[in-house]
Write a protein of this length. Structure first.
Length: 570
């Protein structure tokens, strides 16, 4: 169903630009043919419907074609961040029973080497084939096709089920109710949980967003957020291609390229040159552009819609972006489990003189067509207008539950309603506001990080008995990860009794543990952006009488000591 929509656009507007990225410009006809050729090649190497294929790629034309080819085959696509440590990727592949992994050669090689000494069960990655650039691209690329489109297919030890049918039969056998996509939640309540989305569910979400935002063939959608994330995949790639629009991708997204924080000039130049009309982003990205040096100027008058998602948009970022570019930022509310839920599209928001222009600036707007939102109390009873409580949703795009997590599914999904764990209220105009979160995550440089995952790694160190990871403000005004660790009992120095409980603060024992050792241990097991920038070793981490870590006290203690401790303020 989803690929039929894209193929229909190729038939109706064959020469309409589909994907622009650097010097590569693909129209709909070329993209459809190239994706079809890649699908045949993948099939020839054993990829079959319903098999999980990990897509480990950065943003670019190769990602778009690989996604479309796998969708055409009816495979289950598992997008993964290529910056993850090979052990992390191996864990997700094992959990999802991945049969193949598709990525650039360096990624497959790193994954194969990195997985060999992983003590946890993981697939045995074997390089299967180097996939040639589809011949349909040869006349469209001004740069060598191998640079932009060369892919390597790796086979995992979990297997390949054989079939005598060809690609056409495989596509015909595929049903819209089967999973096309596997995604992991951000892990903000703990370890990431896997969900599945069908082609029909994805298309219903895309159509609802299209109705609300007026997306059409004349639009150009700017993509500088990761396509492996639900926000980038749904609101950039699928939103553009399913509506016959043009996807404009910021080039150079591979790990070895210039970091995003140094590319504000290129982003603004690209949006101006291509006359971008729609800009899905995250607060970090909008703050980056708003803070760009004054001598970097750009005409963004073509931009009719810029919206932020992933985390709350700070007021100063909203104000600064509007002052600089005369574009009011809107907010979208969504989650991995349901996709887009609500978006602020009221034409009055951000327009006109203050204070009218600031009215409802922090709203995430009205629910999308077909989506029902309720605010409930702790007993899950509905609350009235203006009262704050947990946000509960019903949506045609909602997944059925967490795969392999029946207990957590029963708690979060009840009778077709998903209880998000987010706190908010609805005003008398029906607009939704997000005021807090029950969920736990840390936003660092555009990455949504699960502290529990890092804490698990820290606790696996033989010298560490307990660990807490928090986000702290830096002198530069950003945020950084701070780890606080407690020595394992056998290595711990005696705690000094005080009126308020066990002594807190650095320990100067004879143990070999220090910040460099802890950070090195993390680098061997985690992506670089998950490695704590600061590490403090405490005599004792505060806990409740039941042994639960009092995270709030840790954060408060870090704030109080930040002026005196270099560890406390990275």
């Amino acid at each position: 169903m989803l690929m039929n929509r894209i193929i229909q656009h190729a038939a109706d507007r064959p020469h309409h630009p589909a994907v622009l990225c650097g010097e590569v410009r693909l129209d709909y006809r070329t993209s459809a043919i190239a994706a079809g050729q890649l699908a045949h090649e993948l099939y020839d190497h054993g990829v079959r419907p319903s098999q999980h294929v990990a897509l480990v790629l950065g943003n670019g034309p190769a990602y778009v074609l690989a996604f479309c080819a796998l969708a055409q085959l009816g495979a289950v696509i598992l997008p993964l961040n290529p910056q993850l440590h090979p052990r992390e990727i191996a864990h997700y592949m094992s959990d999802a029973d991945v049969a193949f992994v598709l990525g650039h050669a360096s990624t497959i090689e790193d994954l194969a080497n990195g997985a060999t000494d992983n003590p946890a069960p993981c697939p045995d990655i074997v390089r299967t084939a180097a996939l040639c650039p589809p011949s349909a691209l040869s006349s469209m690329c001004n740069t060598p096709p191998s640079d932009a489109f060369s892919l390597v297919l790796g086979t995992s030890g979990s297997t390949t089920r054989k079939s005598r049918s060809g690609v056409g039969a495989a596509a015909d056998a595929y049903r819209d109710h089967r999973h096309l996509l596997s995604l992991y939640s951000s892990g903000s309540t703990g370890r990431p949980k896997r969900i599945g989305k069908s082609s029909a569910q994805l298309l219903r979400e895309v159509d609802a967003m299209g109705v609300r935002t007026g997306l059409g063939t004349d639009d150009k959608v700017f993509c500088a957020i990761p396509l492996f994330h639900a926000h980038g995949l749904g609101n950039c790639l699928l939103a553009a291609l399913c509506h016959g629009a043009t996807l404009v991708i910021l080039e150079g997204a591979r790990q070895t390229e210039i970091p995003l924080c140094l590319r504000h000039a290129r982003m603004l130049q690209l949006m101006q040159e291509e006359r971008v009309t729609v800009f899905p982003g995250v607060p970090y990205l909008f703050a980056l552009l708003a803070d760009a040096p004054a001598d970097i100027d750009a005409d963004l008058s073509s931009l009719r819609l810029a919206f932020s998602a992933g985390s709350p948009l700070p007021k100063h970022v909203y104000e600064q972006f509007q002052r600089r570019f005369s574009v009011p930022l809107r907010q979208l509310y969504g989650c991995t489990e349901a996709g887009a839920i609500a978006i602020a599209t009221d034409a009055n928001i951000g327009r006109g003189p203050a204070p009218m222009s600031m009215d409802a600036w922090d709203s995430v707007g009205h629910p999308l067509p077909g989506v029902d939102v309720a605010i409930v109390d702790d007993a899950r009873k509905p609350l009235t207008t203006g009262m704050r409580g947990e946000i509960a949703i019903r949506s045609p795009s909602l997944t059925a539950g967490y795969i392999g997590r029946p207990a957590e599914s029963v708690h979060a999904f009840d009778g077709g309603t998903f209880y998000t764990g987010d706190i908010g209220y609805v005003d008398d105009q029906g607009r939704l506001y997000i005021t807090g979160r029950k969920r736990l995550y840390i936003e660092i440089g555009g990455h949504k990080i699960d502290p529990v995952e890092i804490e698990d790694v820290l606790r696996s160190h033989p010298l560490i008995g307990e660990a807490v990871v928090v986000g702290v403000e830096t002198r530069a005004g950003g945020r950084a990860l701070q780890a606080v660790v407690e020595l394992a009992e056998i290595h711990a120095a005696p705690a000094t009794s005080t009126k308020t409980g066990p002594a807190l603060g650095p320990v100067n024992g004879n143990h070999p543990l220090n910040a460099q050792v802890v950070q090195g241990y993390c680098r061997q097991r985690l992506a670089n952006f998950k490695v704590p920038r600061g590490v403090a070793i405490w005599a004792s981490i505060p806990k409740s009488p039941l042994g639960k870590v009092l995270r709030g006290q840790v954060i408060q203690s870090m704030a109080e000591s930040s002026a005196h401790s270099p560890m406390g303020r990275p």
